[in-house]
Design a protein around this ligand. Sequence first.
Ligand SMILES: Cc1cc2nc3c(=O)[nH]c(=O)nc-3n(C[C@H](O)[C@H](O)[C@H](O)COP(=O)(O)OP(=O)(O)OC[C@H]3O[C@@H](n4cnc5c(N)ncnc54)[C@H](O)[C@@H]3O)c2cc1C
Length: 402
Amino acid sequence: MIEWSEQHQMIRDAVRRFMEAEIEPNLEELEHGDTPPYDVLRKMFQTFGMDEMARSRFAKQLEGAGEKKEGESGGRGDAVAMQLIPIIELCRYCPGMVTAMGVSVGLTAGAILSKGTRAQKERWALDLLTLDKVGSWAITEPDSGSDAFGSMKSTARRDGDDGYVLNGSKTFITNGPHADTIVFICKLEEDGVAPADRKVLDFVLDRGMEGLTQSKPMRKMGLHSSPTGELFLQDVKVGRDRLLGETEEKGARSGAKGTFSIERAGVAAMSLGIVERCLELSLAYARERVQFGRPIGEFQLIQDKLARMEVARMNLQNLVFRQVEMAEAGRSTTLAEASAMKLYAARAANEVALEAVQIYGGNGYMSEYRVEQLARDAKVLQIYAGTDEIQISAIARSLLAG
Ligand SMILES: Cc1cc2nc3c(=O)[nH]c(=O)nc-3n(C[C@H](O)[C@H](O)[C@H](O)COP(=O)(O)OP(=O)(O)OC[C@H]3O[C@@H](n4cnc5c(N)ncnc54)[C@H](O)[C@@H]3O)c2cc1C
């Protein structure tokens, strides 16, 4: 694949028109007001039939297409393109909205779909896939970030034959303040088993359960359209029906690799949106801003920045096309490949966005010119879904093992 097909381009243009009509005029409110992103996202889902597509994919999945082997599940290129195009287009204006959407649809519903029983999927996953409900996926804790499993303190204590009592606190949780459905990841209290070796389990919680507190949104550097919060659990009683898979044997460690791969690969599409927009804005400014009697685009140092932005854009687009091609061929991304994509993409988005600020000079530092927001938003790509340093170790470990 060397470019978007005509059909992809038509969809992209329609999505872009939606962004220009629905998001761009409301950016101030979404970024700095108290408007959560969910209603606009729902409108986007309805406008482009993404909710209907989610329903039909869900129905097919339940019908039990079954476990497919590598290569057998091909022909999904268009479906993946349809998921990536809105991500790219949203990120041109509002990367936070992608985070809010991705965590709900990709991570929370994804975890339930990959490990839940049929009853659990029907109970929670569909409403998340259509964005009728908002989801959170909670692994990070105040003392456990990169070493998510090793330092985890949240616990599940067995309670009678069929229940558990959950305790712990989570932080930096996307959608945490508004989530209706939460996947809470914790360790099983087991006598005689060292904490590091204890089973890691995931439970599904509903907003309003006794003992569950969801904080207000935390204040942060950027990504303001994605609410981030803390969760506190004090003796939350749950039945086995809330344990994903309804068995302690389907631990969270096993599914985590798949989850990490999905979110890491998604960062390439996010970065492409940021880079495309920064390049467009930079080109426009380089043409119109005159200093020393010439448009600044005539200065070689500015040209160097523009050229590097174009190189990053081409590379990111190729990474996105690669994902579409792989889905078409029925291949999935390995964790190391996804880590390599994320590392490159996050760094590229940050370099490009900061250079865009530089091209704009003092205006670049002002919120009125959009590059300031994109630069603040891009930073998180090097932190969440595994920091740059963690991607580097994942890539190197895989190379050395190979
Ligand atoms: C906006 C936002 C949204 C988020 N959303 C969610 C969410 O929805 N759900 C969720 O569970 N979490 C979420 N997170 C948490 C995120 O995944 C963590 O912040 C991230 O994994 C890093 O963990 P930490 O913040 O504890 O940093 P730490 O792990 O404390 O790292 C601090 C520094 O040390 C470095 N470091 C750590 N270990 C190593 C090592 N072995 N080698 C080299 N360097 C190392 C790190 O790279 C980093 O530079 C979110 C975070 C943010 C900022």
